[in-house]
Design a protein around this ligand. Structure first.
Ligand code: SF4
Length: 316
Protein backbone atom coordinates (compact mmCIF):
# COMPACT_ATOMS: atom_id res chain seq x y z
CA UNK A 1 0.00 0.00 0.00
CA UNK A 2 1.26 3.49 -0.88
CA UNK A 3 2.08 5.85 1.98
CA UNK A 4 0.04 9.10 1.92
CA UNK A 5 2.15 11.91 0.48
CA UNK A 6 2.88 14.66 3.00
CA UNK A 7 1.63 18.02 1.69
CA UNK A 8 4.29 20.51 0.67
CA UNK A 9 3.85 23.55 2.86
CA UNK A 10 4.49 27.13 1.81
CA UNK A 11 6.74 29.14 4.16
CA UNK A 12 3.63 30.90 5.53
CA UNK A 13 1.89 27.59 6.21
CA UNK A 14 5.03 26.14 7.78
CA UNK A 15 5.45 29.17 10.02
CA UNK A 16 1.88 28.92 11.30
CA UNK A 17 2.04 25.17 11.76
CA UNK A 18 5.20 25.52 13.86
CA UNK A 19 3.33 27.90 16.19
CA UNK A 20 0.29 25.66 16.52
CA UNK A 21 1.93 22.28 17.07
CA UNK A 22 1.51 20.50 20.40
CA UNK A 23 4.59 20.41 22.61
CA UNK A 24 6.00 16.98 23.47
CA UNK A 25 4.82 17.42 27.05
CA UNK A 26 1.01 17.09 27.36
CA UNK A 27 -0.83 20.10 28.85
CA UNK A 28 -2.98 19.01 31.80
CA UNK A 29 -4.64 21.51 34.14
CA UNK A 30 -5.01 20.62 37.81
CA UNK A 31 -8.55 19.23 38.38
CA UNK A 32 -8.74 21.29 41.60
CA UNK A 33 -8.20 24.50 39.63
CA UNK A 34 -10.94 23.67 37.12
CA UNK A 35 -13.33 22.65 39.92
CA UNK A 36 -12.62 25.89 41.80
CA UNK A 37 -13.14 28.00 38.65
CA UNK A 38 -16.45 26.27 37.98
CA UNK A 39 -17.58 26.68 41.57
CA UNK A 40 -16.70 30.42 41.67
CA UNK A 41 -18.38 31.03 38.31
CA UNK A 42 -21.52 29.14 39.30
CA UNK A 43 -21.88 30.96 42.61
CA UNK A 44 -21.19 34.41 41.15
CA UNK A 45 -23.61 33.91 38.26
CA UNK A 46 -26.34 32.75 40.67
CA UNK A 47 -25.89 35.95 42.73
CA UNK A 48 -25.90 38.16 39.64
CA UNK A 49 -29.02 36.38 38.35
CA UNK A 50 -30.81 37.37 41.54
CA UNK A 51 -29.84 41.01 40.97
CA UNK A 52 -31.24 40.79 37.42
CA UNK A 53 -34.66 40.20 38.94
CA UNK A 54 -35.80 37.46 36.56
CA UNK A 55 -34.49 38.98 33.34
CA UNK A 56 -32.62 36.53 31.14
CA UNK A 57 -29.20 37.57 29.86
CA UNK A 58 -27.13 36.13 27.03
CA UNK A 59 -23.45 36.88 27.59
CA UNK A 60 -21.33 36.69 24.46
CA UNK A 61 -17.99 38.15 23.43
CA UNK A 62 -19.76 41.02 21.64
CA UNK A 63 -21.90 41.74 24.74
CA UNK A 64 -18.73 41.96 26.83
CA UNK A 65 -16.92 44.13 24.29
CA UNK A 66 -19.90 46.52 24.28
CA UNK A 67 -20.44 46.72 28.03
CA UNK A 68 -16.72 47.25 28.66
CA UNK A 69 -16.66 49.93 25.96
CA UNK A 70 -18.88 53.02 25.82
CA UNK A 71 -21.81 52.50 28.19
CA UNK A 72 -24.02 54.96 26.30
CA UNK A 73 -23.60 52.93 23.13
CA UNK A 74 -24.18 49.72 25.11
CA UNK A 75 -27.63 50.99 26.11
CA UNK A 76 -28.52 52.32 22.64
CA UNK A 77 -31.00 50.20 20.62
CA UNK A 78 -29.20 47.54 18.63
CA UNK A 79 -29.82 48.42 14.98
CA UNK A 80 -27.28 45.98 13.56
CA UNK A 81 -27.87 45.01 9.96
CA UNK A 82 -25.76 42.72 7.81
CA UNK A 83 -23.76 44.39 5.05
CA UNK A 84 -21.45 42.73 2.48
CA UNK A 85 -18.41 43.81 4.56
CA UNK A 86 -19.71 42.25 7.80
CA UNK A 87 -21.27 39.18 6.18
CA UNK A 88 -18.07 38.17 4.35
CA UNK A 89 -16.86 36.34 7.46
CA UNK A 90 -19.75 33.92 7.77
CA UNK A 91 -19.87 33.28 4.02
CA UNK A 92 -16.13 32.55 3.96
CA UNK A 93 -16.44 30.24 6.97
CA UNK A 94 -19.19 28.27 5.25
CA UNK A 95 -17.04 28.09 2.12
CA UNK A 96 -14.01 26.89 4.12
CA UNK A 97 -16.17 24.28 5.81
CA UNK A 98 -17.17 23.00 2.36
CA UNK A 99 -13.56 23.22 1.12
CA UNK A 100 -12.26 21.09 4.00
CA UNK A 101 -14.71 18.34 3.05
CA UNK A 102 -14.53 18.82 -0.74
CA UNK A 103 -13.66 15.92 -3.05
CA UNK A 104 -10.50 16.96 -4.86
CA UNK A 105 -8.94 20.41 -4.75
CA UNK A 106 -11.54 23.12 -4.12
CA UNK A 107 -11.43 26.39 -6.07
CA UNK A 108 -12.25 29.31 -3.71
CA UNK A 109 -14.87 30.86 -6.04
CA UNK A 110 -16.54 27.49 -6.48
CA UNK A 111 -16.96 26.83 -2.76
CA UNK A 112 -18.01 30.43 -2.09
CA UNK A 113 -20.77 30.15 -4.72
CA UNK A 114 -21.95 26.91 -3.17
CA UNK A 115 -21.80 28.45 0.31
CA UNK A 116 -23.88 31.46 -0.76
CA UNK A 117 -26.47 29.23 -2.41
CA UNK A 118 -26.77 27.13 0.75
CA UNK A 119 -26.88 30.13 3.07
CA UNK A 120 -29.64 31.71 0.98
CA UNK A 121 -31.79 28.65 1.77
CA UNK A 122 -31.24 28.99 5.52
CA UNK A 123 -34.31 30.04 7.54
CA UNK A 124 -32.60 32.70 9.66
CA UNK A 125 -31.35 36.29 9.49
CA UNK A 126 -28.19 35.35 7.60
CA UNK A 127 -30.18 33.37 5.04
CA UNK A 128 -32.67 36.20 4.55
CA UNK A 129 -29.79 38.66 4.05
CA UNK A 130 -28.03 36.54 1.41
CA UNK A 131 -31.30 35.67 -0.37
CA UNK A 132 -32.32 39.33 -0.56
CA UNK A 133 -29.06 40.80 -1.90
CA UNK A 134 -29.11 43.11 -4.90
CA UNK A 135 -26.85 42.05 -7.76
CA UNK A 136 -24.15 44.57 -6.80
CA UNK A 137 -24.19 43.60 -3.10
CA UNK A 138 -24.15 39.93 -4.05
CA UNK A 139 -21.06 40.57 -6.20
CA UNK A 140 -19.35 42.54 -3.43
CA UNK A 141 -20.07 39.88 -0.84
CA UNK A 142 -18.82 37.14 -3.17
CA UNK A 143 -15.63 39.07 -3.90
CA UNK A 144 -14.89 39.65 -0.20
CA UNK A 145 -15.63 36.04 0.71
CA UNK A 146 -13.46 34.70 -2.15
CA UNK A 147 -10.61 36.91 -0.90
CA UNK A 148 -10.85 35.49 2.63
CA UNK A 149 -11.34 31.92 1.49
CA UNK A 150 -8.38 32.13 -0.91
CA UNK A 151 -6.09 33.51 1.78
CA UNK A 152 -7.13 30.77 4.16
CA UNK A 153 -6.66 27.96 1.64
CA UNK A 154 -3.32 29.30 0.43
CA UNK A 155 -1.72 30.40 3.68
CA UNK A 156 -3.19 28.41 6.57
CA UNK A 157 -1.78 24.91 7.08
CA UNK A 158 -4.03 22.19 5.57
CA UNK A 159 -6.50 20.77 8.08
CA UNK A 160 -6.83 16.98 8.03
CA UNK A 161 -10.31 15.75 8.97
CA UNK A 162 -8.64 13.50 11.55
CA UNK A 163 -7.89 16.70 13.54
CA UNK A 164 -11.68 17.24 13.94
CA UNK A 165 -11.77 20.80 12.55
CA UNK A 166 -15.09 22.57 13.24
CA UNK A 167 -15.95 25.93 11.66
CA UNK A 168 -18.24 28.36 13.51
CA UNK A 169 -18.09 26.15 16.58
CA UNK A 170 -20.65 27.13 19.21
CA UNK A 171 -20.07 26.60 22.93
CA UNK A 172 -22.56 27.46 25.69
CA UNK A 173 -22.62 27.28 29.46
CA UNK A 174 -25.89 27.55 31.38
CA UNK A 175 -25.66 27.35 35.17
CA UNK A 176 -28.62 27.74 37.52
CA UNK A 177 -30.14 31.22 37.25
CA UNK A 178 -31.06 33.39 34.30
CA UNK A 179 -27.64 34.08 32.79
CA UNK A 180 -26.17 32.02 29.98
CA UNK A 181 -22.70 32.38 28.49
CA UNK A 182 -21.86 31.40 24.97
CA UNK A 183 -19.94 32.23 21.90
CA UNK A 184 -19.10 31.04 18.42
CA UNK A 185 -15.51 30.72 17.37
CA UNK A 186 -14.32 30.63 13.78
CA UNK A 187 -12.41 27.36 14.04
CA UNK A 188 -11.79 24.70 16.68
CA UNK A 189 -9.22 22.00 15.99
CA UNK A 190 -8.51 18.89 18.05
CA UNK A 191 -10.33 16.13 19.85
CA UNK A 192 -10.68 15.47 23.56
CA UNK A 193 -8.23 13.07 25.21
CA UNK A 194 -9.08 12.55 28.87
CA UNK A 195 -8.02 15.57 30.92
CA UNK A 196 -5.33 16.58 28.45
CA UNK A 197 -5.86 20.02 26.91
CA UNK A 198 -5.73 19.54 23.17
CA UNK A 199 -8.20 21.99 21.64
CA UNK A 200 -6.88 24.79 19.53
CA UNK A 201 -9.17 27.81 19.24
CA UNK A 202 -8.70 29.99 16.14
CA UNK A 203 -10.33 33.30 15.21
CA UNK A 204 -9.77 34.73 11.74
CA UNK A 205 -9.41 38.48 11.34
CA UNK A 206 -9.25 40.47 8.16
CA UNK A 207 -8.09 43.71 9.78
CA UNK A 208 -5.34 44.86 12.09
CA UNK A 209 -4.25 43.53 15.45
CA UNK A 210 -6.19 44.67 18.50
CA UNK A 211 -6.05 43.81 22.20
CA UNK A 212 -9.81 43.05 21.99
CA UNK A 213 -9.06 39.94 19.97
CA UNK A 214 -7.24 38.32 22.88
CA UNK A 215 -10.17 39.08 25.22
CA UNK A 216 -12.56 37.42 22.74
CA UNK A 217 -10.53 34.23 22.67
CA UNK A 218 -10.01 34.12 26.42
CA UNK A 219 -13.77 34.35 26.88
CA UNK A 220 -14.25 31.44 24.50
CA UNK A 221 -11.63 29.45 26.44
CA UNK A 222 -13.52 30.20 29.65
CA UNK A 223 -16.86 29.00 28.24
CA UNK A 224 -15.22 25.88 26.83
CA UNK A 225 -13.63 25.15 30.22
CA UNK A 226 -16.86 25.64 32.16
CA UNK A 227 -18.91 23.44 29.83
CA UNK A 228 -16.37 20.68 29.22
CA UNK A 229 -14.21 20.69 32.34
CA UNK A 230 -11.04 20.72 30.22
CA UNK A 231 -9.47 24.02 29.12
CA UNK A 232 -8.36 24.43 25.51
CA UNK A 233 -4.61 24.31 24.79
CA UNK A 234 -3.93 27.41 22.72
CA UNK A 235 -5.68 30.53 21.50
CA UNK A 236 -4.85 31.81 18.06
CA UNK A 237 -5.86 34.99 16.28
CA UNK A 238 -4.97 34.48 12.64
CA UNK A 239 -4.65 37.64 10.51
CA UNK A 240 -5.63 36.65 6.98
CA UNK A 241 -4.17 39.71 5.23
CA UNK A 242 -0.78 39.22 6.88
CA UNK A 243 -0.73 35.39 7.09
CA UNK A 244 0.40 35.90 10.69
CA UNK A 245 -0.81 34.54 14.01
CA UNK A 246 -1.00 35.91 17.51
CA UNK A 247 -0.75 32.84 19.74
CA UNK A 248 -1.36 32.54 23.46
CA UNK A 249 -1.16 29.47 25.66
CA UNK A 250 -4.19 28.96 27.87
CA UNK A 251 -3.17 29.40 31.51
CA UNK A 252 -4.86 29.46 34.90
CA UNK A 253 -4.17 33.21 34.95
CA UNK A 254 -5.91 34.04 31.68
CA UNK A 255 -8.91 31.82 32.52
CA UNK A 256 -9.27 33.63 35.84
CA UNK A 257 -8.98 37.05 34.21
CA UNK A 258 -11.59 36.01 31.60
CA UNK A 259 -13.98 35.03 34.40
CA UNK A 260 -13.39 38.32 36.25
CA UNK A 261 -13.97 40.31 33.05
CA UNK A 262 -17.18 38.40 32.28
CA UNK A 263 -18.56 38.84 35.82
CA UNK A 264 -17.57 42.51 35.85
CA UNK A 265 -19.34 43.02 32.51
CA UNK A 266 -22.53 41.38 33.79
CA UNK A 267 -22.41 43.51 36.93
CA UNK A 268 -22.01 46.72 34.89
CA UNK A 269 -25.00 45.72 32.77
CA UNK A 270 -27.09 45.15 35.89
CA UNK A 271 -26.05 48.50 37.38
CA UNK A 272 -27.02 50.26 34.15
CA UNK A 273 -30.25 48.46 33.28
CA UNK A 274 -31.69 47.42 36.65
CA UNK A 275 -30.10 49.59 39.32
CA UNK A 276 -30.22 52.95 37.55
CA UNK A 277 -26.55 53.95 37.39
CA UNK A 278 -26.08 56.64 34.70
CA UNK A 279 -24.01 55.37 31.74
CA UNK A 280 -20.53 56.76 31.08
CA UNK A 281 -19.33 57.78 27.66
CA UNK A 282 -16.09 56.06 26.73
CA UNK A 283 -14.88 57.27 23.36
CA UNK A 284 -13.02 54.61 21.41
CA UNK A 285 -12.89 52.76 18.13
CA UNK A 286 -16.64 52.07 18.33
CA UNK A 287 -17.29 55.82 17.77
CA UNK A 288 -16.57 55.16 14.07
CA UNK A 289 -19.85 53.33 13.55
CA UNK A 290 -21.82 54.60 16.56
CA UNK A 291 -25.34 55.74 15.52
CA UNK A 292 -25.13 58.48 18.19
CA UNK A 293 -21.97 60.00 16.73
CA UNK A 294 -23.68 63.04 15.17
CA UNK A 295 -24.95 64.16 18.60
CA UNK A 296 -21.88 63.15 20.62
CA UNK A 297 -19.16 65.74 20.99
CA UNK A 298 -16.78 63.42 22.87
CA UNK A 299 -17.02 60.82 20.12
CA UNK A 300 -16.42 63.33 17.33
CA UNK A 301 -13.47 64.84 19.21
CA UNK A 302 -12.00 61.39 19.61
CA UNK A 303 -12.37 60.58 15.91
CA UNK A 304 -10.94 63.89 14.76
CA UNK A 305 -8.03 63.73 17.17
CA UNK A 306 -4.77 61.96 16.57
CA UNK A 307 -5.77 58.48 17.71
CA UNK A 308 -3.72 55.68 16.22
CA UNK A 309 -6.16 53.24 17.84
CA UNK A 310 -8.82 54.31 15.32
CA UNK A 311 -6.85 53.14 12.30
CA UNK A 312 -5.31 50.20 14.13
CA UNK A 313 -8.57 48.43 14.87
CA UNK A 314 -10.63 48.10 11.74
CA UNK A 315 -11.62 44.51 11.91
CA UNK A 316 -14.26 43.99 9.27
S1 SF4 B 1 -19.85 58.43 19.65
FE1 SF4 B 1 -18.42 57.26 20.93
S2 SF4 B 1 -18.46 58.24 22.96
FE2 SF4 B 1 -20.25 58.95 21.79
S3 SF4 B 1 -21.89 57.58 22.40
FE3 SF4 B 1 -21.01 56.75 20.53
S4 SF4 B 1 -19.43 55.31 21.22
FE4 SF4 B 1 -19.97 56.60 22.97
Amino acid sequence: MQEPVAPTLTPAQGRTLALLRRADEPVVFAPEFVAQLLSEATQAVAELSTRLGGETLWVSKSFLAKVHGCEVLHLAPDDFEWRPATAAGFVAHKAIELAINWRGEPAPAEVVDEAMARLADQADGRGAFVAGLSQADWAELRSRAVDRCTKFLQDFPPLPLSAHPVLEAAAKWRPAGTIEMGSKVDLVVGKPFGRESRLLIVDFKSGYRSFHHRDDLRFYALVQTLRQGVPPRKLVTYYLDYAESEVEDVTEGNLRSALMRALDGIERHIELTVEGRPPQKRPGVACRWCPLQSECEEGRNFLHGDNPEVVADLDT
